[in-house]
Design a protein around this ligand. Structure first.
Ligand SMILES: Cc1cc2nc3c(=O)[nH]c(=O)nc-3n(C[C@H](O)[C@H](O)[C@H](O)COP(=O)(O)OP(=O)(O)OC[C@H]3O[C@@H](n4cnc5c(N)ncnc54)[C@H](O)[C@@H]3O)c2cc1C
Length: 425
């Protein structure tokens, strides 16, 4: 195994939803930046996880997330030859699902191109396994096939989604007793629609559930929508994997195996039991089954449900967090709670992105310090990307000023992100 030593200003741990934006922001702000990513592409849950619906660039009142995330999104639309929808006209205000959809292959390529163009050093297929503080620096050890890399850096941003770096450092983490189910995304297409009737299909689905041919969670939205919804939705399913603990390799293995068992069960059911499903084709499966939540950092502040629902205007806010509370559970299925008024625009305070008692490390994305309900609103992709942009800016400012990230003022962070296109908060 080769042992390689590298020195950069900032390491991004995980190039997922938050991490790729953090990297581009830090590099564009002028500091040397590397991404160490266990997978094979940028985007994490958005790309390798098959969750191609970033919420929300817009609230019913206007833009809430712009900057680097919006730039990447609009670039992919341009390449696809698609117009960017006018989100304000798109959906009624009582259903603020101002969804946008990305094309996964194009998005991952565009994000990569922009990262490389900004000067980001990319290391795929490498897993961060150790981190030590040595003087005023971090020494980060990652392993890939045939490679042991020891990276010296001034700042690290934990964008691992499961607080991997926070846990490696022995800092405190949060984990709810009951977490939301994980999911495997796949798509069954080519169902002959003229033969499919809503009521008939519903009866067939219910009989299959009773006989055990299908299991609870195989169709993820059973409590909200009839089974026909699934067929109408282009055969796209996010099958539920209860108790998915993907924060270690054993949990990841179990989640992937269970996800594929569920997928095959559904495919066999559609082919053999749904009229018109005889020639259905299983077209797409995301490479990774994922959890919605596992460990996250205990920060200098824990965002509560009331903070989120009432859109508390934190003094140290760094980005917007517009979303509904999106809870999934085995007992209830999907449960969505909207903010009380469209005028409310929740925020993320800087303190929730600084692990308690730490220096030279911040977190972004699913690692945010929030309680269970607030977390179910904040973990949306546009918010994760915005947190990434803000923490990329914080790390760059810290390096350039010769201080630690926790000493950087939140207003300066926002000002730098605004220079790079973000919405002022
Ligand atoms: C099933 C499901 C449906 C969802 N639906 C929506 C939706 O419709 N709209 C929406 O906006 N949001 C949705 N979300 C939420 C949203 O997708 C996630 O909360 C968000 O993408 C998480 O971003 P992240 O950057 O924290 O983590 P990720 O995007 O998961 O990125 C983490 C990255 O870190 C890497 N990594 C982890 N550990 C290490 C390590 N030790 N070393 C190196 N690399 C490492 C991983 O490989 C990964 O690439 C959904 C989530 C799930 C699971």
């Amino acid at each position: 195994m080769k042992s390689i030593h590298e020195t950069v200003d900032v390491v991004i741990a995980g190039g997922g939803t938050a991490g790729h934006v953090a990297a581009i922001q830090a590099a564009r702000a002028g500091v040397t930046t590397s991404v160490i990513e266990a997978g094979s592409m940028l985007g994490g849950t958005m790309t390798a996880g098959g969750v191609y619906m970033p919420n929300h660039f817009f609230s019913p009142h206007g833009p809430v997330v712009q900057g680097i995330p919006w730039e990447l999104y609009t670039k992919t639309k341009e390449i696809e030859g698609l117009e960017v929808p006018d989100y304000r006209k798109r959906r009624p205000a009582e259903s603020p699902g101002h969804y946008s959809y990305i094309n996964i292959p194009i998005y991952s390529a565009v994000a990569e191109e922009e990262a490389l163009h900004a000067g980001v050093i990319l290391h795929y297929h490498e897993f961060i396994a150790d981190i030590q503080a040595v003087g005023g620096f971090w020494e980060i050890t990652s392993y890939g096939r045939g490679v042991q890399r020891i990276t010296k850096a001034k700042e690290i941003i934990d964008c691992s989604g499961d607080a991997d770096i926070v846990r490696l450092l022995g800092l405190e983490v949060l984990k709810s007793k009951v977490t939301q189910p994980g999911a495997l995304q796949y798509k069954i297409e080519d169902i002959e629609y003229e033969q499919v009737w809503k009521e008939e299909v519903q009866t067939i689905y219910e009989e299959a559930m009773e006989s055990g041919d299908l299991k609870q969670g195989d169709f993820a939205y059973a409590n909200m929508e009839p089974f026909k919804y699934y067929l109408d939705h282009g055969g796209h399913n996010a099958t539920h994997i209860y108790n998915a603990n993907t924060y270690d390799a054993d949990g990841q293995t179990r989640a992937n195996i269970e996800g594929r068992e569920r997928m095959l069960r559904m495919f066999k059911f559609v082919r053999t039991s749904i009229p018109g499903g005889e020639r259905a084709v299983l077209k797409m499966m995301a490479p990774h089954a994922l959890a919605r939540e596992t460990f996250h950092a205990l920060g200098e502040y824990v965002i509560t449900r009331d903070d989120f629902i009432n859109a508390v205007d934190f003094e140290d806010k760094v980005c917007n967090a517009f979303n509904y509370v999106d809870m999934h559970s085995q007992e209830i299925g999907c449960e969505v709670q909207f903010l009380e008024s469209d005028d409310l625009l929740p925020k993320v305070p800087y303190r929730a992105l600084i692990p308690k008692g730490s220096w030279r490390i911040t977190v972004a994305g699913r690692n945010v310090s929030a309680n269970r309900v607030a977390f179910a609103g904040i973990r949306a992709q546009c918010t994760c990307m915005s947190m990434g942009q803000a923490m990329g800016a914080a790390a760059a400012l810290a390096v350039q000023r010769g201080v630690t990230s926790r000493e950087v003022n939140s207003q300066d962070i926002v000002a730098l992100t605004v220079e790079h296109g973000a919405v002022p908060v």
